[in-house]
Design a protein around this ligand. Structure first.
Ligand SMILES: C[S@@+](CC[C@H](N)C(=O)[O-])C[C@H]1O[C@@H](n2cnc3c(N)ncnc32)[C@H](O)[C@@H]1O
Length: 413
């Protein structure tokens, strides 16, 4: 087993669970607010990080021995493959290390390398780690010549974990596909592509659990190839993420406007990213998700952001919530019944609305009571670090009156 550290974003529970969802032998070591340290036997790299919505950078351990900060320059020198004539480029990324300590470390590293006759340059600052663009530009992630070290100090024990960064998130690529796509519909709520990725990763877990297939013994992480159905596709954020991982996708929506928008967005993505139909198929049609699905072949998984209800301009009262909840619960129950009847044996990854009327989040209720009778039980790959008091995850952006509850429904039969 090798240990890895994932530097995670503002949804720590979801970020941790989506990693566990992709790795059959995931074993959690430490969970901090901004970092999760875990073990796996699989070799992970930039390609793996590109699948994750919630991880900003991923580092692989370089030593399991206990170290002090003064050991860092030698460890760094070990990772760099320099030549005396030209400068090597390095950077440090950290958690639990003060900017002052980090500043001292940069200098110590530079001096150490200089004494070895190796000129060097560091990128990033003691307050902000180097951006993904800079790391890629200087070839710092592929083990060839330059490197970034990641240092994590345990606030309780003072133990230091040290690794080499092997992947960094390309933030610009997300904004490009989110903002530049031709059709956006702010009236139905905008699903961030990163959240769509996390939902698909939960889908990988659900399919693996359902098929009870031991993952193939490989040294390198490999992504299974799946066919996904999104029956509330809207403008197609989930279908777009499917195409980006070369998965076949089936998408439907009750609204013709959504069907047109999703089709346009998928066509745009195919052109932008040169995704040929022979590599990943897509089929988009109009259908009420409460009416029977008549598919030639069942999908492996349903991944969908079901309707959140009307957008809210202001904080809803408890009375508002009761009305919204009754309507939404009825739709969700009818959808589960339809899925059980016409998509038998297919697991579902769904998001449900969560209303914030006061401090207490207000969840759907009836669908949770009825699910077992319909034939579904909830599942997650690991117990999340913070829970919704049931087997689900929460996603909410600050200030939103409607958040999302994420649930993986496993069919009973
Ligand atoms: C929250 S939006 C999904 C947004 C989507 N994830 C996107 O990328 O744009 C919910 C969608 O469900 C659709 N919808 C609502 N009720 C439906 C039903 N009964 N059957 C199918 N689609 C429905 C709406 O038209 C809307 O496009």
């Amino acid at each position: 087993m090798t240990s890895y550290a994932a530097f995670i974003g503002h949804q720590p529970a979801l970020s941790t669970v989506e990693i566990a969802a992709l790795l059959p032998d995931f074993s959690l070591r430490k969970q901090y607010k901004d970092v999760v340290i875990f073990d796996t036997s699989l070799s992970l790299n930039q390609e793996f990080l590109d699948l994750l919505g919630g991880t900003i950078a991923l580092a692989r351990s370089v030593t399991e021995q206990s170290i002090e900060l003064q050991d860092v320059p030698a460890l760094l020198a070990n990772e760099l493959k320099g030549g005396k004539r030209s400068k090597v480029v390095f950077s440090l990324r950290s958690s639990g290390v003060s900017p002052r300590q980090l500043h001292g470390l940069y200098r110590a590293c530079k001096q150490f390398l200089k004494r070895q006759g190796q000129p060097s340059r560091y990128v990033g600052t003691e307050r902000k780690a180097a951006s993904a663009v800079v790391l890629h530009e200087h070839d710092m992630l592929n083990g060839k010549r330059n490197a970034e070290l990641a240092l994590i100090t345990d606030p309780e024990t003072g133990d230091i974990w040290v690794g080499r960064t092997v992947g960094a998130q390309d933030v610009d690529a997300y904004s490009k596909r989110d903002i530049e796509k031709p059709v956006r519909d702010t009236t139905v709520g905008l699903l961030p592509p990163k959240l769509a990725q996390a939902l698909l990763n939960l889908g990988v877990f659900a399919v693996r659990t359902r098929q009870q297939k031991a993952a193939k013994q490989t040294a390198k992480f490999t992504l299974p190839v799946l066919t996904v159905l999104d029956p509330f596709c809207g403008t197609g954020v989930i279908p777009m993420e499917c195409l980006l991982r070369s998965w076949d996708v089936l998408a439907s929506d009750a609204s013709q406007k959504a069907v047109n928008g999703c089709t346009k967005n998928l066509d745009w993505l195919r052109k932008e990213r040169k995704i040929a139909k022979k590599d990943a198929t897509s089929d988009v049609w109009k259908q009420d998700a409460l009416t029977p699905f008549a598919l030639k072949k069942l999908p492996d998984i349903v991944v969908t952001e079901t309707t959140l209800g009307p957008p809210l301009e202001k904080r809803p009262t408890l009375k508002d919530v009761q009305k919204l909840r009754t309507e939404n619960d009825a739709l969700q129950v009818a959808f589960l019944q339809n899925a059980a009847a016409t998509l038998p044996g297919v697991p579902l990854v769904c998001t449900y609305p969560v209303w914030y009327s006061s401090k207490q989040p207000e969840f759907l209720r009836r669908v949770w009571d009825e699910a077992a009778k319909i034939g579904y039980s909830p599942a997650l790959p690991v117990e999340p670090p913070e829970t919704t008091e049931r087997i689900s995850l929460l996603y909410r952006r600050p200030g939103q009156f409607v958040g999302r509850e994420i649930v993986v429904w496993m069919p009973a039969q």
